[in-house]
Design a binder for this molecule. Structure first.
Ligand SMILES: [Zn+2]
Length: 406
């Protein structure tokens, strides 16, 4: 009874959701780490909306002297359930990445356009869709007479795009989320919503600086070619890691850990100089069964060996070092709830998967909270001409309401 009322409410809210999305996207909220402004203003916009719809909002402000307001804002609100010891959280992020090359956009990224059942604009799919669909799920649940079985919490967080240091991480430290809670993070997904992400690989981004001696290209014996030694080292590391960390997990695509040499910095401008400095990077996505410290130890040993052989100096600097944790169990309550919502509302089988990317799901799982990262997406995040489908906003909100009331 209450479920069908809530679903009806959402079907009727399509226009209102669209308008809310357009109004919100006009408040540019590019993450301050990349020089952006407006995340604060967007948070206040969401706070006011929540309060005008009867929410009791808690604010978690974390100091950041780089922004004019001095703080980064995070919001939560809770609808009380029959069992108040446990909270089912929905967490969406407020910040966005910059628009990238402007000439690739057909419309102004910060003046959203509604066309063909889609809203175009930076932050529409990542993570505007989640903000709007969870807010309207809140509204639909709030108007019901019946209480959900457990508390239903809504979190609107800052700083997701550059590491959550002013968002989920300090919120977890403050004890906002409890170990017995469960969470849905609508921040990855596929076109029909059949994929439920329950696991993420650990991420190691490694900078490798090789120091030799720069000399004239005609007299290489007088120097030490950092580029050659760097290449040699990279190939050794590549082979070593692939052979030492070769186990697979079928949840993931690809099922194995990945170790990729990626970026290489410019060394010398001209062809006739032997480079004395070589800087390169690896992007490694590693199954959580392996400890990143073990991986680093193997790389360190290879480094010591090649330093001894060549006389070059090699520095290893981790740029990202995110140790992941065990997957959320496929048979956990949160995954089961999502699967039954997908079956009943869409007639599809939800399939648990793992990904190589990182979401705030990591910080919830570290706390022991069973977390499903789920939404229905066209995979437009960070792209030019980013859009979200209006159908996805409405239909994901329905799934959230189903999960909350089931
Ligand atoms: Zn996102």
């Amino acid at each position: 009874m209450s479920l069908s009322l809530a679903l009806q409410n959402l079907s009727n809210s399509r226009q209102e959701m669209t308008q809310f999305m357009v109004d919100m996207l006009k408040i540019k909220a590019v993450n301050p780490d990349v020089g952006g402004k407006g995340e604060y203003e967007r948070a206040i916009f969401v706070q006011k909306w929540l309060e005008s719809h009867g929410a009791d909002v808690s604010r978690f402000d974390f100091e950041d002297s780089r922004v004019s307001e001095g703080v980064r804002v995070n919001l939560t609100t809770i609808i009380e359930g029959a069992d108040r010891n446990k909270t089912l959280w929905f967490a969406a992020h407020l910040d966005t990445v910059p628009e990238g090359a402007r000439e690739l956009w057909n419309t102004d990224p910060y003046d959203p356009v509604v066309k063909d059942g889609k809203v175009f604009g930076r932050g529409s799919e990542d993570n505007g869709q989640a903000v709007v669909s969870t807010l309207f799920a809140f509204k639909a649940l709030k108007t019901l007479q019946t209480k959900p079985t457990v508390n239903v919490g809504f979190a609107y967080v800052s700083d997701e795009e550059t590491g959550s240091k002013y968002g989920v991480i300090p919120m977890v430290e403050k004890g906002v989320f409890k170990t017995q809670d469960m969470a849905i993070v609508p921040d990855t997904g596929c076109k029909d919503g059949s994929e439920i992400e329950v696991a993420e690989k650990s991420i190691l981004w490694l900078k490798i600086t090789t120091k030799g001696k720069q000399v004239h290209g005609a007299l290489p014996y007088k120097g030490l070619n950092a580029h050659r030694i760097g290449m040699k080292f990279a190939l050794q590391v590549d082979e070593l890691l692939h052979s030492n960390y070769s186990e697979t997990d079928r949840l993931f695509d690809p099922p194995a850990s990945t170790f990729e040499p990626t970026k290489h910095e410019l060394n010398v401008d001209n062809i006739n100089t032997v480079p004395g400095l070589d800087v390169q990077y690896f992007d490694c996505r590693i199954l959580a069964k392996y400890k990143l410290s073990e991986v680093m130890k193997d790389i360190e040993n290879a480094k010591l060996k090649i330093e001894k052989e060549t006389g070059a100096r090699i520095e290893l600097t981790p740029i990202q070092f995110e140790e992941n944790v065990d997957p959320t169990p496929v048979n956990s309550v949160i995954v089961q709830k999502l699967r039954s919502a997908l079956k009943e509302l869409r007639g599809i089988e939800g399939k648990p998967i793992g990904i190589g990317g990182g979401t705030v799901g990591l910080y919830f799982r570290r706390k022991g909270i069973n977390t499903a990262v789920w939404s229905t997406l066209d995979d437009m995040a960070h792209q030019p001409n980013e859009y979200c489908k209006l159908d996805n906003i409405v239909n994901d909100a329905k799934v959230f309401v189903h999960v909350a009331l089931n």
